[in-house]
Design a protein around this ligand. Sequence first.
Ligand code: GSF
Length: 203
Amino acid sequence: MKLIGSLASPYVRKVRIVMAEKKLDYELVIDDVWSPTTTISLSNPLGKVPCLIMEDGGAMFDSRVIVEYLDTMSPVGKLIPGGGRERAGIKCWEALADGVTDAGIVVRLERTQRPVDMQNDAWVERQLGKIRTGLNSMAMALGDSAFCAGSHMSLADVAVGSTLGWLAFRFPEINWREDHPNLARLFDKLSERPSFKDTAPVA
Ligand code: GSF
């Protein structure tokens, strides 16, 4: 398999962590989707990474679909429970973590892609509010538990860890460590794993 992605993307990181936890082999193909020379749209019509190229050459996106597929590829390190409420709960954690990242990406694009006099402060504040309420919600739901859901690491922790790592990387001014020591505790624990160490974001 080939994974098209970048070293800074939190969505790509989520997939790479799942690959590592499940001990799946793949080749990482770096593509800067913002460069005029990108070829990403040949594989993903939406022009986004991550995009997985499967053994038969077929392409798969987005990160939530890819990780769901990867989890079925091997019984090693099962990250998503079989069904019902438990499965939906994990997917909801993932949606929350990805949603916080999505809001952060919107803020970054507003700040980096638009001329300063065209930037909309109210729009940025709306997105920053989603990041704040998303982090509050994660911290409340985590409480004193060792993992986001259940008694072992799941996709919920992978998604939350990827998001927190990306916030630390792109938004150092957001003080989630001080505001939510339990998220910091979870993140530090996850960061000891080779799957997290080997995928820390790089500009
Ligand atoms: C989001 C992918 C995405 O926005 C997923 O795979 O989970 N829901 C999708 N990827 C960004 C890179 S990044 O900011 O992580 C991307 O490829 N953006 C290019 C564009 O044209 O929006």
